[in-house]
Design a protein around this ligand. Structure first.
Ligand SMILES: CC(C)(COP(=O)(O)OP(=O)(O)OC[C@H]1O[C@@H](n2cnc3c(N)ncnc32)[C@H](O)[C@@H]1OP(=O)(O)O)[C@@H](O)C(=O)NCCC(=O)NCCS
Length: 113
């Protein structure tokens, strides 16, 4: 019997302030954010080791950023993976804001760091 590959599903989990990517019914990774004055500040992306190196982070971030646009919000890429993604992909420059010391200070406070 052959196994059917299920397409990864990306969804916003508002209560957890993250977008998750689900593969085979299980969460394979997430990109986490906090919202600030119309900005969605992304600060961490992770993919489980079992699913690493399959391009899932790219799918996750592409769909998350597309959802940010559809929501009328702007992107602040504190997460190094999201920053790298934005450097390598066109299409979001018009809704991307810089990472400023003020944003980092605010984020530190929100995350209790
Ligand atoms: C980084 C991470 C999310 C990538 O997940 P993945 O699904 O294996 O990634 P993809 O297959 O979509 O892409 C791999 C790319 O991630 C890049 N990458 C790996 N670690 C990175 C990091 N810390 N910061 C930025 N980019 C990173 C690789 O250079 C590779 O780039 P390339 O496609 O241009 O060669 C995953 O390795 C992970 O969870 N790492 C631990 C947590 C972490 O360091 N998160 C990033 C900073 S918040």
């Amino acid at each position: 019997m052959t196994q059917q590959a299920t397409a990864p599903l990306v969804r916003n989990v508002d209560a957890e302030h993250c977008y998750e990517i689900v593969v085979g019914g299980e969460r394979a990774g997430l990109t986490a954010y906090r919202d600030r004055d119309g900005q969605r500040v992304f600060f961490h992306t992770e993919i489980d080791d079992a699913h690493a190196g399959q391009g899932l982070a790219g799918i996750l971030v592409q769909e998350a950023l597309t959802h940010v646009r559809a929501s009328g919000l702007r992107i602040v890429p504190v997460c190094p993976y999201v920053a790298k993604f934005l450097k390598e992909h066109d299409g979001f420059a018009d809704i991307t804001d810089p990472v400023t010391p003020e944003v980092l200070q605010w984020l530190g406070g929100v995350l209790g760091r």
